[in-house]
Design a protein around this ligand. Structure first.
Ligand SMILES: Cc1cc2nc3c(=O)[nH]c(=O)nc-3n(C[C@H](O)[C@H](O)[C@H](O)COP(=O)(O)OP(=O)(O)OC[C@H]3O[C@@H](n4cnc5c(N)ncnc54)[C@H](O)[C@@H]3O)c2cc1C
Length: 364
């Protein structure tokens, strides 16, 4: 078994797999070590919205970074399908971000000033989506905030990375990273591997590697619960979004309702209370949702940093170690831009200074 690589990536979620894809495409010899299966954790739980506009709370850093990632997806979907045969199911349709009062419309004013966002009053909105609540005041329509299937997207990144030469080790937890001279020893249940560079990308579980590597950063879990329901006739063409709750239409009439925000809960099972709150919120947007049949429910842990921005960059004292973690509510959206940024740092290509500063590990 080959045990020597240029780059070792810890974590086979969407962030680790996107990085592997972009590095392998540059002919860099890369291996991903995943404790369970590819895309089995937060990535699998996600709704897959690419909410560059609807999730935007910072127009100077988050928006340009998220928008560049979102635009990358529009080209990636064909590239990934042609190479891997996996359809990431990027569907057009976009999001209606609902307002139930004049004041809620006011709160959307910054979003409404962004390109590709327009206002629909209640009548126009209900002409587009006639099952939506008659109580709505109107909605911001965001054409480009489309969605993908997160699990398929992560698998597509991983398959394409393998086609470009990457090695993917599933069921291979990394226990420790040690430095010997200028080489890193990656200790796993399958023995020791060596790499010139290590990327820590294991989501909310990254804290232990920060600590092993002499840093005090901690990621905290924000549990999110979702329900999938089915209807015989498709009820929605667009995603509905209000106060962090959304209803995302998938293929075959399925709707995904998400997601709760439960801080510091490490349990990966949904609770009845969580599901009850989701159903109540979904009903305010789409009253007939309660008639639909439950298909499944699940939960995942969003990796949150102290300022809710990801860590993407070098260890402050060691350029052989990079972190790409803490993507919180937007890891699916930000995966391509993160993969490209880590690639550019490793191959020493230019990266925008404002992104380096905003996401650097020692930004306290
Ligand atoms: C309910 C919910 C809905 C969401 N909806 C959206 C959305 O609509 N849009 C969006 O952009 N984002 C969404 N997110 C957020 C998104 O899912 C995350 O930001 C993203 O998945 C983080 O990806 P990751 O690769 O960092 O982490 P993960 O997907 O958690 O991957 C980390 C991987 O590391 C592995 N690992 C852990 N420790 C080790 C170790 N020691 N050795 C080897 N491997 C290890 C784990 O097994 C795991 O597979 C949502 C999240 C949740 C929970």
């Amino acid at each position: 078994m080959k045990t020597n690589y240029d780059v070792a990536i810890i974590g086979g979620g969407i962030i680790g797999c996107s990085i592997a894809y972009y590095l392998a495409k540059e002919k860099i010899d890369v291996a991903v070590f995943e404790e369970k299966q590819i895309a089995s954790k937060s990535t699998r739980a996600a709704a897959g919205m690419l909410g560059a506009h609807s999730e935007c709370d910072d127009f100077e850093i988050f928006y340009p970074f998220a928008r560049s990632s979102q635009l990358t997806y529009f080209d990636l979907k064909d590239e990934l399908r042609e190479l891997s045969g996996v359809d990431i199911e990027l569907r057009k349709g976009g999001i209606f971000q609902l307002a139930f009062s004049e004041q809620e419309k006011e709160e959307l004013s910054a979003t409404l000033s962004l390109p590709t966002v327009s206002w629909y009053d209640s009548v126009e909105m209900r002409n587009r989506e006639n099952a939506v609540s008659s109580n709505i005041f109107g909605a911001a329509y965001i054409e480009d905030d489309v969605h993908v299937l997160p699990h398929s997207t992560c698998l597509a990144f991983s398959k394409c990375a393998q086609i470009y030469g990457a090695s993917i080790f599933e069921y291979t937890p990394v226990f420790a990273i040690q430095k010997e001279d200028s080489i890193y020893i990656i200790k796993t249940n399958k023995g020791a591997f060596q790499a010139k560079t290590v990327v820590v990308a294991n989501g909310v579980w990254s804290s232990s590697f920060f600590h092993q590597l002499g840093l005090h950063h901690t990621l905290s879990p924000v549990k999110g619960e979702c329900i999938s329901v089915s209807s015989v006739q498709p009820l929605l063409k667009h995603t509905l979004f209000h106060e962090h709750c959304y209803i995302v239409p998938r293929n075959n009439g399925r709707l995904v309702i998400g997601a709760t925000m439960v801080k510091n809960d490490w349990h990966e099972q949904p609770t009845l209370g969580g599901l009850e709150s989701l159903i109540a919120k979904a009903k305010t947007m789409l009253p007939t949702v309660t008639d639909l049949k439950i298909e499944s429910c699940w939960a995942g842990l969003r990796p949150q940093t102290f300022d809710k921005k990801p860590f993407i960059g070098y260890h402050p004292e060691d350029e052989g170690i990079l972190f790409a973690t803490g993507h919180f509510r937007n890891g699916i959206l930000l995966a391509p831009a993160t993969g490209q940024m880590i690639r550019d740092l490793i191959v020493k290509q230019e990266v925008k200074k404002e992104w380096i500063d905003a996401f650097k590990v020692n930004r306290f």
